[in-house]
Write a protein that binds this ligand. Sequence first.
Ligand SMILES: C[S@@+](CC[C@H](N)C(=O)[O-])C[C@H]1O[C@@H](n2cnc3c(N)ncnc32)[C@H](O)[C@@H]1O
Length: 365
Amino acid sequence: MLHETDDLFSSAWPDGPAAPKLVGAAPARALAYPELRYMGSKRRLLPWIHAVLDELDFESALDPFCGTGCVAYLMKAMGRRVTASDFLLFPSIIAAATVGNSSAMLDSGTLGRLLSHAPDDDFIARTFDGVFFTAADRAFLDRVSAGLRALDDPDRRAVGYAALFRSCLKRQPRGVFTVSGDLARYDDGRRDLRLSLEEHFHEQVEAFNAVVFSNGRDCGAMRADALAIDPSDYDLVYLDPPYVPRSDDNCYVKRYHFLEGLASYWKDVELMPQTKVKKIAKRYTPFSYRRTALAAFEALFERFARSTIVLSYSSNGYPDLATLEGLLSRYKSRVTVHERPHRYHFGTHGSVKRASVTEYLIVGR
Ligand SMILES: C[S@@+](CC[C@H](N)C(=O)[O-])C[C@H]1O[C@@H](n2cnc3c(N)ncnc32)[C@H](O)[C@@H]1O
């Protein structure tokens, strides 16, 4: 097994005062991908991930835990045939907008029709009164999501939803839907909290229109459990599952239930009306629990054993690095570990907390 502390960059933290010293620069297009506040997003690590991927021989790739879609989009920008997938609906819609979509944009005519669409329900206004956003924001969401559901073109619809999800994340204090109540309590003057959802939406439509492109390959997006995907079609699989945290929990539905509900207008989810923030039932994933995580990694490695495996991992996850390396070596003859210091940010301006961890990319060939 080979450990490489990457010297492609300066030793400073990626978000620290010294700018990273790049050797092989990532495609500018990928670095312009809209940053979504999403737990475990690798958006800031893209230059490093690019440098590692760039050394590998592959034409087709799968990102089955795609989250914000930024790594799948990076591989699309590298000219590969990419499929992005997630077991939640809203990340797979974002990936449909940015990875699967090669040409559809929300033009001003379609946008105008969306914004003037009559609401067909007031579910959001009723259900989330006093929980999230202002009355005007909630009415806007009922209206614009009715317009999106009525759009025929799935790619254009996906662009609209991606813009709406990012608008909601920006407007919501701390970018998570565990926080409810009066927005004024969190107002620290930040522009993202001051703009209405409708104002955000206009900006985000532009942001997501700007990332639409074709790389000439047949890229796609889907919604699936990673452990149920047919593995036969991919030279390389980039794996970024949630990891069992040492403390707290890693539940994506708890933090982003509003976006997951919005993605189907709460049709395909179980709302829990008695909860303070009107959560939906969480989805089980074996990667979140100590007693099932190791077997889940084993099932993942076995499933994708015929592809090059690139696993994102972190020093604060369970199981530890050595255990995962050992496990991957049972399926792959050559295992290399790349390491990188990284800081995650939590909270708002006034109370930013940082967690310093080592990020790993474990490559099995
Ligand atoms: C660490 S995040 C991925 C972050 C992503 N690489 C990015 O940069 O934005 C993990 C993702 O795995 C998804 N997930 C969890 N369990 C899953 C499963 N069994 N199958 C597919 N996706 C799953 C979660 O919904 C979440 O979006």
